[in-house]
Write a protein that binds this ligand. Sequence first.
Ligand code: HEC
Length: 186
Amino acid sequence: MPSVRYPLAFAAVATLALAVSPRAQDTSSSTPRVQETSERPAWQEHGIKPQSPDSPFEEVVSGLYFRSKETQAMQADDFNNPGFLAVEQGEELWSKVDGAAGKSCASCHNDAASTMKGIAAAYPKWNEKLAKPVNLEQRINICRSGALKAEPWAFGSPELTAMTTYIRNQSRGMPVAVKVDGPMTP
Ligand code: HEC
Protein backbone atom coordinates (compact mmCIF):
# COMPACT_ATOMS: atom_id res chain seq x y z
CA MET A 1 0.00 0.00 0.00
CA PRO A 2 1.53 3.37 -0.90
CA SER A 3 1.98 5.71 2.00
CA VAL A 4 0.35 9.11 1.96
CA ARG A 5 3.11 11.60 1.40
CA TYR A 6 1.17 14.53 2.84
CA PRO A 7 -1.08 13.20 5.58
CA LEU A 8 -2.52 16.62 6.28
CA ALA A 9 -3.08 17.38 2.66
CA PHE A 10 -6.76 16.55 2.86
CA ALA A 11 -7.20 20.00 4.33
CA ALA A 12 -6.45 21.27 0.86
CA VAL A 13 -9.65 19.77 -0.52
CA ALA A 14 -11.68 20.33 2.60
CA THR A 15 -12.33 23.97 1.86
CA LEU A 16 -15.85 23.98 3.21
CA ALA A 17 -14.86 25.87 6.33
CA LEU A 18 -16.25 29.33 6.24
CA ALA A 19 -14.60 32.32 7.75
CA VAL A 20 -16.65 35.24 8.82
CA SER A 21 -16.19 38.93 8.55
CA PRO A 22 -17.61 41.13 11.27
CA ARG A 23 -20.19 43.75 10.47
CA ALA A 24 -18.56 46.50 8.49
CA GLN A 25 -20.23 49.26 10.50
CA ASP A 26 -19.66 48.46 14.14
CA THR A 27 -20.51 51.82 15.66
CA SER A 28 -20.49 50.45 19.21
CA SER A 29 -16.74 49.96 19.04
CA SER A 30 -14.66 52.85 20.32
CA THR A 31 -11.55 51.54 18.55
CA PRO A 32 -10.82 53.64 15.45
CA ARG A 33 -11.27 51.51 12.33
CA VAL A 34 -8.12 52.33 10.40
CA GLN A 35 -9.19 50.11 7.49
CA GLU A 36 -12.41 51.98 6.87
CA THR A 37 -11.23 54.38 4.19
CA SER A 38 -8.72 52.03 2.56
CA GLU A 39 -9.56 49.60 -0.21
CA ARG A 40 -11.56 46.49 0.69
CA PRO A 41 -9.24 43.49 1.04
CA ALA A 42 -9.47 41.25 -2.03
CA TRP A 43 -11.10 38.38 -0.12
CA GLN A 44 -14.07 40.51 0.86
CA GLU A 45 -15.19 40.56 -2.75
CA HIS A 46 -15.98 36.87 -2.32
CA GLY A 47 -18.35 37.30 0.59
CA ILE A 48 -21.85 35.86 0.34
CA LYS A 49 -24.93 36.62 2.42
CA PRO A 50 -25.39 34.19 5.33
CA GLN A 51 -28.28 31.76 4.75
CA SER A 52 -29.84 32.35 8.14
CA PRO A 53 -31.55 35.69 8.74
CA ASP A 54 -30.47 35.33 12.41
CA SER A 55 -26.79 35.36 11.52
CA PRO A 56 -24.84 38.04 13.41
CA PHE A 57 -22.61 38.43 10.35
CA GLU A 58 -23.23 40.44 7.20
CA GLU A 59 -21.29 38.11 4.97
CA VAL A 60 -19.42 34.82 5.08
CA VAL A 61 -16.25 34.14 3.13
CA SER A 62 -14.67 30.78 2.29
CA GLY A 63 -11.33 30.18 3.99
CA LEU A 64 -9.94 29.61 0.49
CA TYR A 65 -9.82 33.36 -0.09
CA PHE A 66 -7.60 33.98 2.94
CA ARG A 67 -4.86 31.84 1.39
CA SER A 68 -2.06 33.11 -0.81
CA LYS A 69 -2.63 33.30 -4.56
CA GLU A 70 -0.09 30.47 -4.99
CA THR A 71 -1.96 28.17 -2.59
CA GLN A 72 -5.28 29.02 -4.25
CA ALA A 73 -3.83 28.16 -7.65
CA MET A 74 -2.43 24.86 -6.35
CA GLN A 75 -5.81 23.92 -4.89
CA ALA A 76 -7.62 24.82 -8.09
CA ASP A 77 -5.47 22.36 -10.03
CA ASP A 78 -6.37 18.75 -9.23
CA PHE A 79 -3.09 17.56 -10.65
CA ASN A 80 -0.98 19.73 -8.31
CA ASN A 81 -3.28 19.61 -5.30
CA PRO A 82 -1.57 17.23 -2.82
CA GLY A 83 -5.00 16.45 -1.33
CA PHE A 84 -5.61 14.22 -4.33
CA LEU A 85 -2.89 11.83 -3.16
CA ALA A 86 -5.23 11.07 -0.25
CA VAL A 87 -8.21 10.77 -2.62
CA GLU A 88 -6.27 8.20 -4.68
CA GLN A 89 -5.24 6.19 -1.65
CA GLY A 90 -8.83 6.24 -0.39
CA GLU A 91 -10.03 4.91 -3.73
CA GLU A 92 -7.61 1.97 -3.44
CA LEU A 93 -8.74 1.22 0.12
CA TRP A 94 -12.42 1.37 -0.96
CA SER A 95 -12.18 -1.93 -2.84
CA LYS A 96 -9.49 -3.58 -0.70
CA VAL A 97 -10.75 -6.67 1.14
CA ASP A 98 -9.88 -6.40 4.84
CA GLY A 99 -11.08 -8.03 8.08
CA ALA A 100 -12.67 -11.35 9.13
CA ALA A 101 -15.83 -10.85 7.01
CA GLY A 102 -13.75 -11.00 3.82
CA LYS A 103 -15.35 -7.82 2.46
CA SER A 104 -14.36 -4.42 1.16
CA CYS A 105 -16.37 -1.22 1.32
CA ALA A 106 -17.27 -1.77 -2.31
CA SER A 107 -18.84 -5.18 -1.46
CA CYS A 108 -21.82 -3.34 0.03
CA HIS A 109 -21.57 0.23 -1.22
CA ASN A 110 -20.53 -0.52 -4.82
CA ASP A 111 -19.46 2.59 -6.73
CA ALA A 112 -18.69 5.40 -4.29
CA ALA A 113 -19.25 8.01 -7.03
CA SER A 114 -22.97 7.29 -6.79
CA THR A 115 -23.53 5.70 -3.35
CA MET A 116 -21.41 8.26 -1.45
CA LYS A 117 -22.50 11.31 -3.44
CA GLY A 118 -23.63 14.01 -1.02
CA ILE A 119 -23.11 11.78 2.04
CA ALA A 120 -20.18 13.72 3.56
CA ALA A 121 -22.08 17.01 3.19
CA ALA A 122 -24.61 15.71 5.74
CA TYR A 123 -22.02 14.84 8.43
CA PRO A 124 -21.95 14.97 11.42
CA LYS A 125 -25.19 13.00 11.50
CA TRP A 126 -27.37 11.52 14.23
CA ASN A 127 -26.74 7.81 14.79
CA GLU A 128 -29.87 6.05 16.08
CA LYS A 129 -28.07 2.99 17.44
CA LEU A 130 -25.52 4.98 19.44
CA ALA A 131 -28.05 7.71 20.24
CA LYS A 132 -25.45 10.40 19.54
CA PRO A 133 -24.06 12.33 16.58
CA VAL A 134 -21.16 10.75 14.71
CA ASN A 135 -18.71 12.37 12.33
CA LEU A 136 -17.63 10.82 9.05
CA GLU A 137 -14.50 9.25 10.53
CA GLN A 138 -16.57 7.54 13.23
CA ARG A 139 -19.11 6.35 10.64
CA ILE A 140 -16.33 4.81 8.55
CA ASN A 141 -15.00 3.01 11.62
CA ILE A 142 -18.49 1.73 12.51
CA CYS A 143 -18.49 -0.03 9.13
CA ARG A 144 -14.90 -1.20 9.61
CA SER A 145 -15.53 -2.90 12.92
CA GLY A 146 -19.15 -3.90 12.27
CA ALA A 147 -19.41 -4.75 8.56
CA LEU A 148 -15.81 -5.69 7.74
CA LYS A 149 -14.97 -7.13 11.17
CA ALA A 150 -11.67 -5.27 10.88
CA GLU A 151 -9.74 -3.09 13.32
CA PRO A 152 -11.02 0.48 13.30
CA TRP A 153 -8.47 2.92 11.89
CA ALA A 154 -6.80 5.29 14.37
CA PHE A 155 -7.85 8.90 14.21
CA GLY A 156 -5.32 10.84 12.16
CA SER A 157 -3.97 7.66 10.55
CA PRO A 158 -3.14 7.91 6.82
CA GLU A 159 -5.84 5.30 6.09
CA LEU A 160 -8.68 7.07 7.89
CA THR A 161 -7.58 10.42 6.45
CA ALA A 162 -7.48 8.92 2.95
CA MET A 163 -10.89 7.24 3.20
CA THR A 164 -12.48 10.37 4.67
CA THR A 165 -10.97 12.54 1.93
CA TYR A 166 -12.11 10.07 -0.75
CA ILE A 167 -15.69 10.05 0.56
CA ARG A 168 -15.67 13.84 1.04
CA ASN A 169 -14.53 14.29 -2.54
CA GLN A 170 -17.79 12.63 -3.68
CA SER A 171 -19.58 15.69 -2.24
CA ARG A 172 -17.25 18.17 -3.87
CA GLY A 173 -18.91 21.51 -4.54
CA MET A 174 -22.13 20.49 -2.81
CA PRO A 175 -23.50 22.73 -0.06
CA VAL A 176 -23.15 21.58 3.54
CA ALA A 177 -26.44 19.89 4.52
CA VAL A 178 -26.02 19.00 8.19
CA LYS A 179 -29.36 18.55 9.97
CA VAL A 180 -29.76 20.78 12.97
CA ASP A 181 -33.30 19.81 13.95
CA GLY A 182 -34.75 16.85 15.89
CA PRO A 183 -32.08 15.20 18.07
CA MET A 184 -29.45 17.34 16.33
CA THR A 185 -30.95 20.61 17.58
CA PRO A 186 -28.02 22.55 19.07
C1 HEC B 1 -21.66 -5.60 4.95
C2 HEC B 1 -22.02 -4.38 4.25
C3 HEC B 1 -21.18 -3.14 4.46
C4 HEC B 1 -19.82 -2.97 4.27
C5 HEC B 1 -18.82 -4.04 3.87
C6 HEC B 1 -19.53 -1.57 4.52
N1 HEC B 1 -20.67 -0.92 4.86
FE1 HEC B 1 -20.85 1.10 5.15
N2 HEC B 1 -22.83 0.85 5.58
C7 HEC B 1 -23.50 -0.36 5.56
C8 HEC B 1 -24.85 -0.14 6.04
C9 HEC B 1 -25.95 -1.20 6.19
C10 HEC B 1 -24.95 1.24 6.35
C11 HEC B 1 -26.12 1.98 6.93
C12 HEC B 1 -26.93 2.58 5.86
C13 HEC B 1 -27.91 3.56 6.43
O1 HEC B 1 -27.71 4.03 7.55
O2 HEC B 1 -28.84 3.89 5.72
C14 HEC B 1 -23.65 1.82 6.01
C15 HEC B 1 -23.38 3.18 6.11
C16 HEC B 1 -22.18 3.76 5.72
C17 HEC B 1 -21.95 5.19 5.67
C18 HEC B 1 -22.96 6.26 6.03
C19 HEC B 1 -23.94 6.47 4.90
C20 HEC B 1 -24.97 7.51 5.24
O3 HEC B 1 -26.01 7.52 4.56
O4 HEC B 1 -24.78 8.32 6.16
C21 HEC B 1 -20.67 5.36 5.27
C22 HEC B 1 -19.95 6.68 5.06
C23 HEC B 1 -20.10 4.04 5.06
N3 HEC B 1 -21.05 3.11 5.33
C24 HEC B 1 -18.80 3.81 4.68
C25 HEC B 1 -18.26 2.54 4.57
C26 HEC B 1 -16.85 2.31 4.35
C27 HEC B 1 -15.80 3.38 4.20
C28 HEC B 1 -16.69 0.96 4.31
C29 HEC B 1 -15.39 0.20 4.18
C30 HEC B 1 -14.41 0.46 5.21
C31 HEC B 1 -18.02 0.35 4.49
N4 HEC B 1 -18.93 1.35 4.67
C32 HEC B 1 -18.27 -1.01 4.45
C33 HEC B 1 -23.02 -1.56 5.13
C34 HEC B 1 -21.69 -1.83 4.83
